[in-house]
Write a protein that binds this ligand. Structure first.
Ligand SMILES: *Cc1c(COP(=O)(O)O)cnc(C)c1O
Length: 269
């Protein structure tokens, strides 16, 4: 409607950005790790390519938050966050945040004014309050998330765990180079099993809710279907995909809940 055309690229192949740049390309838009499949992008490399061609880099930093990834140290021009997630942290507000380098800021500010964007004082206050505990919350999300990811890796029902903090993850080296931590959101691929078996697992979870948003205190577990939205690459998987958000509950309790879930999955299969 606004005359914007979009091409997609493989987040693991920065050369595709180079090949895909058109004379009119203005923005290269990135998210890392990827929301469903958790590929880690070489942001610095993509930013070099974009800048050589006069385009800006916009980066969605919702997963890492400003504590675990510093976009402006990697060549990013504009950063967006869903403050609904970790920055709010308590599943009680919706907000987006956009920041930029000083060079871009006047245009950004003008755009915000022209579009009439605003947010309520109460939501701002809730986010300011939640920022005071962001660091301790994230440490807990990270530690519990890694512990549960490692536990999942050992499960016979699991084909793969998609978590860049795991040493054998394809994105681990880049994650280690660029990130200061991991949040509690990651993916897993089950070995082939029926839709009914996955439903039996998910429908009976006691502590894990089903919800698309994440970053709050509570754990979530949902099925995902990356193959349906993929266009630049083909998503080849062994079986059903799940996305897990590890909240602030005791990790032993979450493991007990998952264990019971796998028992239901096995019984239904
Ligand atoms: C959820 C999400 C958004 C959008 O957040 P809203 O609060 O729903 O506007 C943007 N980016 C990422 C990576 C997200 O996970």
């Amino acid at each position: 409607r606004m005359g914007v055309a979009v091409d997609y690229f493989d987040p693991l192949q920065p050369e595709q950005v180079e090949a895909g740049m058109r004379p009119e390309t203005r923005i290269v838009y990135l998210e890392s790790p990827g929301s469903l499949t958790f590929e880690v992008t070489d942001v610095k490399r993509v930013a070099e390519i974009a800048h050589t061609r006069g385009a800006l880099v916009v980066f969605d930093n919702t997963w890492a938050t400003p504590l675990f990834f510093k976009p402006y140290e990697h060549g990013v021009d504009v950063t967006v966050h869903a403050a609904t997630k970790y920055l709010g942290g308590h599943s009680d507000l919706m907000m987006g945040i956009v920041t930029s380098t000083p060079e871009i800021h006047p245009r950004l500010r003008q755009g915000v004014q022209d579009l009439g964007m605003s947010t309520s004082p109460e939501d701002c206050w809730l986010v300011l309050r939640a920022l005071r505990t962001l660091e301790v919350r994230l440490q807990r999300h990270m530690a519990s998330g890694i512990r549960i990811a490692q536990w999942l890796q050992e499960r016979p029902e699991v084909a793969r765990v998609l978590h860049p903090a795991l040493p054998d993850d394809p994105g681990h080296a880049l994650w280690q180079r660029d990130f200061k931590g991991a949040s509690g959101l990651f993916g897993l691929v089950l070995k082939p099993c029926s839709r009914e078996a996955v439903a039996a697992m998910l429908n009976g979870m006691k502590l894990f809710g089903m919800g698309w948003s994440w970053g709050g205190y509570e754990s979530l577990l949902i099925p995902t279907f990356p193959q349906k939205t993929r266009s630049a690459t083909e998503w080849q998987v062994e079986g059903p995909c799940l996305r897990i958000h590890v909240g602030l509950e005791a990790p032993e309790d979450l493991i007990t809940d998952l264990e019971a879930g796998f028992a239901r999955l096995g019984a239904a299969a």
